[in-house]
Design a protein around this ligand. Structure first.
Ligand code: NAP
Length: 253
């Protein structure tokens, strides 16, 4: 555990994957963590992992794209754990398709979860951060922000997350709040497993093929991203704001 005083963190999409690893890591750093996901019961495993290691965690069911649910969830976290001063906007979905086959719903769903979700969660949490004169916001972007075939919706949302992050950094810096983005490359989670299935490959073969294109010759693990998030959320990172850190096992072209 670090010397950082215990603060309340919210991690969205924390039932599994990168969000779960990040919630566990922030708890290990001494934060009380609200494990937020669509289905509250799906958060049980992440909460159990944290509490088994002596940490404090709360499962919260919330659709981050729904304004009323977000307001209620942040109010509940504030009441049960305390004012959230750390926010990780991690919840995400894929609706991949080539442009000519992409439906209105594929576009709207991805925009709503990633961009509207990050906006609603950040707006709901910032008032607590401003009151405290302290805050850390980390947004999950992606290497796909640079463009990726079959992901016109996701690439636009993840590039949008970068502009959103830099603007938060400019607006909120004077209140002691930093905002940064982590942009993962290929991370082995249910999300990439679903992509393997969609393209008709076994996940092990899919990961092996991806690893050959990555300078460190392996795909990432959720903990690789949790480590980067933990850097930005640390109290000592207060002069680092508005940055996008690609965590992809090498540089991207
Ligand atoms: P994941 O395993 O699919 O987990 C995403 C989590 O977000 C799920 O638990 C999901 O819940 C939840 N979620 C989806 N919609 C939500 C909503 N409206 N409200 C609340 N929670 C919601 O994904 P991951 O791979 O860990 O990815 C985490 C983040 O990293 C995402 O933003 C993703 O775009 C980004 N990222 C991932 C990779 C990668 O290679 N894996 C690369 C770059 C960026 P359900 O299970 O109920 O749907």
């Amino acid at each position: 555990m670090s010397t950082t005083e215990q603060r309340v963190a919210i991690v969205t999409g924390a039932a599994r994957g990168i969000g779960a690893a990040t919630a566990v890591r922030l708890a290990a750093e001494g934060h009380a963590v609200a494990v937020l996901d669509l289905d509250e019961s799906a958060c049980a495993q992440t909460v159990a992992t944290i509490t088994e290691h002596g940490g404090t965690a709360l499962a919260v069911g919330c659709d981050v794209s729904d304004s009323a649910q977000v307001e209620a969830a942040v109010a509940r976290v504030t009441q049960e754990l305390g004012a959230p001063l750390v926010l990780v906007n991690n919840a995400g979905v894929l609706r991949d398709n080539l442009l000519f086959k992409m439906s209105d719903d594929d576009w709207d769903t991805v925009m709503n979860v990633h961009l509207r979700g990050a906006f609603l969660m950040s707006r709901a949490c910032q008032k607590h951060m401003v009151d405290a004169g302290y805050g850390r916001i980390v947004n999950l972007s992606s290497s796909s922000a640079l463009g990726n075939r079959g992901q016109v919706n996701y690439a636009a949302a993840k590039a949008g997350m970068q502009g959103f992050t830099k603007t938060l950094a400019k607006e909120l810096g004077k209140f002691g709040i930093t905002a940064n983005a982590v942009a993962p490359g290929f991370i082995a989670t249910d999300m990439t497993a679903a992509t393997a299935e969609r393209v008709g490959m076994g996940f092990d073969d899919f990961k092996a093929a991806a690893a050959t294109q990555i300078p460190v010759q392996r795909v990432g693990a959720p903990e690789d991203i949790a480590n980067a998030v933990a850097f930005f959320t640390d109290e000592k990172a207060g002069f680092v704001s508005g940055q996008v850190l690609y965590v992809a096992g090498g540089p991207l072209n």
